[in-house]
Design a protein around this ligand. Structure first.
Ligand code: 0CH
Ligand code: SF4
Length: 310
């Protein structure tokens, strides 16, 4: 049995920064330090930060006036920022700069009086945050499109003043299909770039595409609520490979390994490498005689911490 590790995998620059923000705030400020929403969608990371003193809440009404609160990497709506200001909360914003960039695009379109179609998954916190950037006071609207069927059906008020933006962690292929339909239906629609899928999502998806086809089992380390991790499992599955998303090594079933000779392993952008190490150790004990790194794109991007936390 051979194990091949996809590259790049695991933490991206935005996740590194978000976790550092929580750890620095815990080191520098009086406890409790509140975190609005899971700072990143990973059970291990959240449990670890909770053990260190972070208090995770879903909404600001669970945070006392004047307390310190961190916004998660997925970003928040403007109404959340305003509420925090009104309540005198001390805020550290762990929103990934690449998500903030999408927020700024939405704002720019709204200011120009353009309507916006957001391509993304309903109910995901990044989608709530991005929808919540659009100022409707000019009479315009922001619409959510999740699927090709939605793209075929959506009706807008102003097809000639229309732009699109996307969630950062979507499937690149599905998103291109949706954009293709929108461009056919609304020939004057425009986007800043091809889409807003970030470099980390793109690189991890490309790595799975390069590796999974030659495997007979593919394991993705990541939590069930992690959008980017789910997309990695989905891509391997679409290539016809038996593929599973596992939060930790104890979720691997013996039956999955029976008769397998080439097992691919990757990790979502929010999954720590130490969980991948546990998986490798488990596979070695189950009979893997070689573990190799698959060549992939090098990542050098980093994001700096807010000044007050450096
Ligand atoms: O993939 P999603 O967006 O669910 O989030 P995650 O698993 O916490 O990964 C980090 C991405 C955060 C915002 O892009
Ligand atoms: Fe930022 Fe992309 Fe990482 Fe999300 S997945 S935190 S957008 S780098």
């Amino acid at each position: 049995m051979q194990v091949i590790l996809a590259n790049p995998r695991g933490f991206c620059a935005g996740v590194d920064r978000a976790i550092d923000i929580v750890e620095r705030a815990l080191a520098l400020f009086e406890h409790p330090v509140y975190v609005r929403h899971e700072v990143v969608h990973n059970r291990y990371v959240v449990d670890d930060l909770r053990d260190k003193g972070a208090v995770f809440v879903e909404e600001l009404d669970q945070v006392p006036d004047g307390a310190t609160v961190i916004f998660s990497a997925h970003g928040v709506a403007r109404s959340v920022v305003r509420e925090a200001e009104r309540r005198g909360l001390k805020v550290f914003d762990a929103t990934c700069p690449l998500v903030t960039k999408v927020h700024m695009e939405v704002d720019r379109h709204a200011r120009r009086g353009e309507e916006v179609i957001l391509i993304g998954h309903a109910g995901h916190p990044e989608v709530d945050g991005t929808l919540g950037q659009y100022d409707r006071s000019q009479g315009g609207e922001i619409y959510l499109v999740e699927t090709v069927e939605d793209a075929e059906r959506i009706r807008v008020k102003n097809p000639d003043g229309l732009a699109y933006v996307t969630q950062t962690t979507l499937s690149m292929d599905d998103t291109q299909d949706i954009i293709g339909i929108l461009k056919r239906r609304f020939p004057n629609i425009h986007g800043q770039r091809r889409d807003d899928i970030c470099y980390a999502t793109q690189n991890r998806q490309d790595a799975v595409k390069a590796l999974a086809g030659g495997c007979d089992l593919f394991l993705v380390v990541g939590s069930p609520n992690s959008s980017n991790s789910n997309r990695l499992r989905e891509i391997a599955g679409k290539l016809g490979v038996e593929a599973y998303l596992v939060d930790s090594v104890d979720q691997i079933r013996d039956g999955w390994l029976a008769g397998k000779t080439r097992i691919g392993v990757t990790a979502g952008a929010s999954a720590p490498e130490l969980l991948v190490r546990d998986v490798i150790e488990h596979l070695r004990q189950a009979g893997a005689d070689s573990v190799t790194e698959h060549d992939g794109r090098q990542e050098t991007i980093t994001f700096s911490l807010p000044k007050a936390l450096r």
